[in-house]
Design a protein around this ligand. Sequence first.
Ligand code: ATP
Ligand code: MG
Length: 621
Amino acid sequence: MAHSPSQPQSDATSSEVKPANFLRHIVEADLAAGTHASRRWCGHPGSGPEQQAGAPDPARIRTRFPPEPNGYLHFGHAKSILLNFGLARDYGGVCHLRFDDTNPEKEEQEYVDAIIDSVHWLGGDWTVNGVEHLYHASDYFDFMYQAAESLIQAGHAYVDSQSAEEMRANRGTLTEPGRDSPYRDRGAAESLDLFRRMKAGEFPDGSHVLRAKIDMTAPNINLRDPAIYRIRHAEHHRTGDRFCVYPMYTFAHPIEDALENITHSICTLEFEDQRPFYDWLLERLAEAGLLVRPLPRQYEFSRLNLTYVVLSKRKLIQLVEEKHVAGWDDPRMPTLVGARRRGFTPEGFQMFAERIGVTKSDSLIDISVLEECQREHLNETAPRRIAVLDPLKLVLTNVAADHEELCEAPNHPQKPEWGKRQVPFSRELWIEREDFAEDPPKGYFRLYPPGATPAGDPRPGNRVRLRYGFVIECTGCEKDAAGNVVAVHAELLPDSKSGTPGADNYKVKGNIHWVSARHAYQSEVRLYDRLFSMPAPGARRMGDDAGDPEGLERNFLDDLNSNSVQTIVAQLEPALKDAAPEDRFQFERHGYFVADRVDSRPGAPLFNRAVTLKDSWSKGK
Ligand code: ATP
Ligand code: MG
């Protein structure tokens, strides 16, 4: 089991200080008060009596991450995963991975597999002491059905045969109470008979629904006899056609939590108004002897909203299906599979989650906060390499054609213990096109040929240092028929090699990177940028059709960034040829890159840009 502080309150002062938040305070208070200490666990999810027959629950708390397998996980889910698995880890608990698969439509095995991979990748671990806590809500259908029958028998539920429209009309509004259904006082025996026939498949979809019997005048609309079971003649991806009645989410979720002995059921704020029903339902089932107290408690936090992305599954599915991106794992997608291909790290997400914290107030976080966390982690962990992304040939005219020597480059400037590597040097090199200017603008310190000053005096070609190599002096350039520069010429100063005595006597302002043309590894590099060019894709902008009704959205696809990916052929230092998929590097002066885990072949990696070295968006790109 994970580390469990004997005095939970001391957690904030332990060596691994985690930022406090209201949920950690709740957990600490519950542990101190022993709120959940009497729970027993039979080794697997089960009813109250089954759990009672087990040993004291070895998990001090139980949390869960309950995705619906109807899409891939996105950055918002990362917040929930890190929160739930993090609480369990820090307080001697267990976090369950539960597939909330009670809706027969839209759920697929492909999503289940991808979710498992992504939660693992982020560091979520549901195997504790060799026991796997991976569950499927659909395994609880039998219990849920029995719970529904028991509610009917106790007079807490009835079958309503109104049409959907009638039900809607009788629900009332925020300011008006609802009206009782004419079927509300149907006897338990009649409701039970109808419910069994619903299950037996005698009725079409929508003809009857089972409702909890609470209070049609309750100020909280969620307590106005909510629907708890409906008829759906649909195949379920795990239970097939065994059922044609399915529980509603609001009925299923509390039961799933209770069967799994969850102590702290953490969800997003939209569910705050559902909490009274959550408690009502579990109390009724405890009264009926199906569950045992202490019951799970629900807590809400604000969901993650981020600029420059969309986090709704519906919109993400649309991006994939309409091929605005190459797939769910397109490195521009705000999905966890996309982030992984992009070169983002789990540690970067962890840093982000800690930085934004957990609160109950809605907020919109700037995507640059996430990018900066990724950058910080990559800066610490990514070895440095040299890459020329926009190659221009440099010929050192005083170096012999067959000359070859090695220069030493540090693997990380702040980590001498990472050592140095050798990079080959020869007469012909690749440099960045922007490191040469035939006509240098004012203040340009890189390569330019001999010419004349504005006053007409002769001006020598400029000197720069080839990073980790020699100082060179530009002597001219070659052009093609169209006048484009095709090669730069320079002479090497032989006694200027970095690391040799006297090298520092040369004072030059420019320092450019290079790779030996003969040794370079030529490869495809994808320069990714934000998928959307607007902070709130699809939101109405100031001055948009003022006469339109409030709340009308523009099409979020209109805000796609037309320049979100650029594929180039780059010249890379030879060592990069051996990069394994998912190896991450800083390409000096360019940013952080990862060897693509999908398209790379052994000995032929392709690279994706994760983030640039600096945030170029905040400066009004
Ligand atoms: P969507 O609204 O995009 O369909 P969802 O909430 O329906 O997402 P689920 O699969 O039901 O997706 O979510 C699983 C868990 O992830 C839930 O507990 C939910 O509260 C949490 N979650 C989903 N989106 C966010 C978000 N933006 N921020 C924090 N937690 C989230
Ligand atoms: Mg959902």
